[in-house]
Structures are given as structure tokens and as C-alpha cells.
Design a binder for this molecule. Structure first.
Ligand code: SER
Length: 584
């Protein structure tokens, strides 16, 4: 079966079961700090899983692009990927276990025509808070899955939560027998031939910060089926990289490297990593992220640099050549529209990395000529100042026959992480730099601008950066085209209107979960370490998570007859616009 056909079959099936299709959202989650990237289809649905009404109803489905980097070390085997597509169906307080399991079973056996002899399931065995999931087991049995094929496992395997807190619950995972050999009667979840293809999460709990589980207002179902794995299963392939989602990339790598896939274990692994990382990088750049040293940009940088290293190992000197087939495989994503941009970003990062490596290598040689042992500090310097990956430090040390222990490096790195976290907290608490009245006014103006943008552009604008000095504010936000003069005028009018209304600016403190429910804002790393978060309300016009400070009333911005004016609107980076504005 073809990828597009599988996706269509899934969506059509659930539409028939009265589900509404929701969009395939960006890899960069909006206003959700629990993850840097969308790791599952449920991320954009968190408020609705918690009880808010979804405009499309209680039964939803989609195909969602996802990115998971927690398994990055597993990439290289047959079934793990950083980027993948997930098919999902949801019940938001609507149907429950019986219907969910029946739908899964019907789709697998009737639509995909998979024999039930090739299926097995794991259910949750319970813990001190939540009972064993006997109910799911009975439903699977009633559908004809033999009891030898149903196993109970613990929290690690059969309890699903996206981050540390939030909606969660026991799950039932469906496994497929991938080997050409006859499936054994008894299911052993540890046997690699059984591959998990679909997960049904029964979300009826919310995990709180103190570790307690409370019951949600409603019982939800959240399912996720891996497109790549399912395609492999349907074609009797034991390797996702042989499906159409990867094989054209692998072929290109073969041509460029002159090496054959599956001939040599190490090279096969390198080919898979390379194919996976280039694909992930393309999708990330397409969603507006650029390589950098923080957050999403840092993940992208690591993926590209890792790809470059593996390309070199395979004798490929230019990673962009590998990118070509990806634009064809995923022509339904409109990647081609941004092709030039994507390729140039990949090229730029590759060059940067090579320069860095050269410098790092020189530094390494210098150190190596002076010492017999490379300390954790030396290695950390190479890593931090020269971007030298630790694996390369290990390799170079081996070549130069210098003693080096990776643990020393890891210890040093951890020490720095703690230090920088503390520093970040301090900086955050001290609020804005150059904290004077002009800056404070422009800060409040930034909030008004942000909300006015949302109203005029009718989009959930996502703040990408803000910088304020005494003269002007600068605001970067996610949006993919130039604003029209009419839109600019309208935005200015709204902000000036709100200044005239002399709205009160109030600050309320709340914990992260509450804050996320009520307000917009940039939920990033810095908030995670704080107990209480400030949310600024400007009348009932704007609500934003923010550390302040702000003026007391919006009228202060208009004192002396001043008006809010947009000085410039331009592109800041790909998919990001920049506005400079002032009170004049
Ligand atoms: N959220 C669950 C998962 O990722 C089901 O989609 O497995």
C-alpha cells in the first residue's frame, strides 16, 4: 500500500465513524512549553482534552507530522525515526474504550485486511493510583484476540503522558508480527519481531505537579498510529527504511556514497541516520525554524550537524544532494514552495559546521601536543566554544592516543547546565534590561500590538522575539507574508483606540497550568523553573504571560498626545515578520 492511500483510508474510515478531520499542525507547538516540538497528534488538543469545547466537536481525526528527539540514540535501527507521521483519532469526552478498540480492530482487520493472527496487545497492569485495565483486555478478547496475545505491562510501557504533567492515562498498544516466519502463539513484547503500530490512550486523568492524579472532567481517547511502521507491516517489510517514506532517500545515499544498503552494519546505520536527520531537518525548516543555539533551533542544528558527520563517514561531501527525493516523497506538504530556502539553510549550516570543526580540530591538536590526557574541562571547551561533538572528541582522542573519558565531559557539562539555569532564572526575575519608564510603556504597547495583530490577521500569532529600547519596540512574530498598508493602519488604529480607552493593566500570579489555560505567551524553558507565573491582563483586550513590568493604565502611553506608530514591517527570517514601532 502507498503512503497516501493509507492516510486516506484512515481518514475516510474515521470520517465514516463521524469524526471531523483537523489540520496537520506545525511541528512547532503554539503556546505549549511542555515540548519544543509536536511529538504526537494530541499536543494541539491539550485544552480540549482538559475539557474545553472543540469547535469541530467531540470526534476528531488527522494525520500529524511529529518530531521526537528523545529516542535520537535509537535512530539507526529499523523502526525508530525522529520525524514521522502519526494517524490519530480522538474522542473528547465522547466514546470510550469499547468503541475505540473496536474501531482500531475494524480498521486493521477489515480495511487494511491484516489477519488477527498477526496482532497482539499490551494493556496497563495498574499501579498504586490506577487499577489494572481488565476492561480493555475483555474487549480485545471479545473481538477474538486470544489471551496469550494480551499482556499486561507497567507504567513505563502502558501509561501515556506527553510531559511531566497534563492529561494522561493507561493505554493499549497494538503490535504487529513483522517477520515472515509464522507468528508464535504466545506474545512476547520483548521480541523485536513484534512492532508496536498503534496506541490507544484512555485519557481520564490529569497528572498534577505534586505527582497526584486527578480525574479529568471527561473521559478521552487519544490514539496514534505510525504511518511508516504500518506501511512496512502491510508490505511485509521488517525495515521502515525500505518503505516509500525512506527508500528513495536511501537509494540516493547509495548512489552518492557508492555503498550498498544492508551490506555493512555500521554503514547501514549511518545511512538510516542520515536519511532520517535530513528529512527531519527539511520539515523543521519548512515550519519556520532556523539553526541556532537555543531551543528548537538547537535541535535543528544538532540534527543537521549529525547528518553532516554521518554523510562524511559515508564519503558524501554535500548533504543537500540527499535532500532531493524528500521533496518528491512528500509532495503533499508543499515543501517545494520553500525548497530554495530550505536548501540554502542546510548549506549554510553545513559550511558553518565545517568551519567550526576545522577550528576545533586545530585546538584539539594543540591540546594533544601539550597533554597526555584530555580533561572534562578541555573537552567541554572544545564542545562549547568550537561546537565539537563529543563523539568526535572521543574519536580524535583515540587517534591521537590521548586518554579521555566521556564521563568527565558529561560531568563538566552538567555543572555548566546547572550554572546557566540559575543564571537564566536571575536574569528572568530582574525583568527587562534598561528598565525605565519609556521601555515600560513600549512593553505594554507590545502587548497591545500582539493582540491587535491577532485580531487583524485573524490568526493565532506566535511571538518569536521581542526587543525594546527607549526609542522603539521590535516585535517578531510568526506570519508568512507581508502585511498590507490597510492592515498596518488597522493595527495602529486598534492600539491607539486601546490607549484612548485607558484600560487598566493588571497582573495575576498563577501556576503554569492555570496560566496556559487562560493566556497566550511564550511558554519556554525559563518558565518551567518558576513556581508562579505572571499573567498580564489589559482590560479584557489582552492576556499574556509575561514577567513585566508594565504601566498601570494604557492611557499613560498616550500622554503628551503621543500615538502608537508602526515604523517598519519587514521579514525577519523565514516565516517570521518583524515590526518596529514607537510612540510618537
Ligand atoms: N499520544 C499517544 C502516543 O503518542 C497516542 O497518540 O502514543
Amino acid at each position: 500500500m502507498k503512503r497516501k492511500e493509507l492516510i486516506k483510508k484512515y481518514i475516510d474510515f474515521f470520517k465514516l465513524k463521524k469524526h471531523k478531520e483537523i489540520p496537520n499542525f506545525s511541528l512547532v507547538p503554539e503556546n505549549d512549553s511542555s515540548v519544543l516540538y509536536t511529538t504526537a497528534g494530541m499536543h494541539p488538543l491539550i485544552p480540549y482534552l482538559l475539557g474545553q469545547k472543540h469547535p469541530l466537536g467531540e470526534r476528531l481525526c488527522n494525520v500529524q507530522r511529529c518530531l521526537r528527539t528523545q529516542d535520537i540514540d535509537k535512530i539507526g535501527d529499523e523502526v525508530h525515526h525522529t520525524f514521522f507521521e502519526m494517524l490519530g483519532n480522538w474522542s473528547l469526552g465522547n466514546y470510550w474504550k469499547k468503541e475505540a478498540i473496536k474501531y482500531s480492530f475494524e480498521f486493521l482487520t477489515k480495511i487494511l485486511k491484516i489477519s488477527k493472527e498477526k496482532l497482539a496487545v499490551t494493556c496497563f497492569k495498574g499501579n498504586k493510583y490506577i487499577p489494572k485495565d481488565e476492561e480493555s483486555k475483555k474487549i480485545w478478547e471479545s473481538l477474538g484476540i486470544r489471551k496469550e496475545r494480551i499482556k499486561f505491562l507497567g507504567e513505563k510501557e502502558n501509561f501515556w503522558i506527553a510531559g511531566e504533567t497534563g492529561p494522561c492515562g493507561p493505554d493499549a498498544e497494538i503490535f504487529f508480527w513483522t517477520s515472515r516466519r509464522k507468528p508464535p502463539k504466545e506474545f512476547n513484547p520483548g521480541d523485536k519481531n513484534w512492532v508496536e503500530i498503534w496506541n490507544n490512550v484512555f485519557m481520564e486523568y490529569e497528572k498534577q505537579k505534586n505527582g497526584n492524579f486527578i480525574k479529568l472532567k471527561q473521559k478521552n481517547v487519544d490514539t496514534g498510529m505510525g504511518v511508516e511502521r504500518t506501511l512496512a507491516a502491510l508490505s511485509n517489510l521488517e525495515d521502515d527504511y525500505l518503505t516509500e517514506c525512506f527508500f528513495p532517500i536511501i537509494k540516493k545515499i547509495e548512489t552518492l556514497s557508492g555503498k550498498r544498503y544492508k551490506e555493512n552494519k555500521e554503514e547501514t546505520k549511518a545511512m538510516r541516520i542520515l536519511a532520517d536527520h535530513i528529512k527531519a531537518s527539511i520539515f523543521i525548516i519548512n515550519d519556520g525554524v532556523l539553526p541556532s543555539n537555543t531551543e528548537q533551533g538547537y535541535v535543528l542544528r544538532r540534527l543537521i550537524r549529525r547528518a553532516v558527520r554521518y554523510a562524511y563517514k559515508l564519503g558524501i561531501k554535500k548533504i543537500t544532494e540527499i535532500a532531493e527525493p524528500i521533496f518528491e516523497i512528500y509532495d503533499d506538504y508543499n515543501l517545494k514552495k520553500n525548497k530554495e530556502k530550505i536548501i540554502s539553510e542546510l548549506e549554510r549550516e553545513e559550511k558553518k559546521f565545517l568551519k567550526t570543526l576545522e577550528k576545533g580540530l586545530n585546538r584539539f591538536k594543540k591540546l594533544a601536543s601539550q597533554k597526555k590526557k584530555l580533561s572534562g574541562k578541555d573537552a567541554f571547551l572544545l564542545y562549547q566554544s568550537f561546537g565539537f561533538p563529543v563523539e568526535m572528541i572521543e574519536e580524535e582522542a583515540k587517534k591521537a592516543q590521548i586518554f579521555f573519558r566521556r564521563e568527565d565531559f558529561e560531568r563538566e557539562k552538567e555543572g555548566h547546565r546547572v550554572l546557566s539555569r540559575t543564571a537564566a532564572k536571575g536574569k528572568f526575575k530582574s525583568g527587562l534590561v534598561g528598565n525605565n519608564m519609556e521601555v515600560t510603556k513600549l512593553h505594554t504597547a507590545t502587548h497591545l500590538l500582539n493582540q491587535a495583530l491577532r485580531e487583524v490577521l485573524k490568526k493565532d500569532i506566535f511571538q518569536r522575539g521581542s526587543n525594546i529600547n527607549e526609542e522603539r519596540l521590535r516585535f517578531d512574530f510568526s506570519f508568512d507574508r507581508k502585511l498590507t498598508p490597510e492592515e498596518i493602519k488597522k493595527i495602529e488604529e486598534i492600539v491607539n483606540e486601546k490607549i484612548k480607552e485607558n484600560l487598566p493593566v493588571e497582573c495575576k500570579e498563577m501556576n503554569l497550568e492555570e496560566a496556559k489555560k487562560v493566556a497566550k505567551g511564550v511558554f519556554d524553558e525559563k518558565y518551567k523553573s518558576l513556581e508562579k507565573i505572571k499573567v498580564y491582563f489589559i482590560g479584557d483586550f489582552s492576556k499574556e504571560i509575561c514577567a513585566g513590568p508594565h504601566v498601570k493604565r494604557t492611557g499613560e502611553l498616550g500622554e503628551g498626545g503621543r500615538k502608537f506608530k508602526i515604523l517598519k514591517e519587514e521579514s525577519s527570517s523565514f516565516g517570521v515578520r518583524r515590526i518596529k514601532a514607537a510612540l510618537v
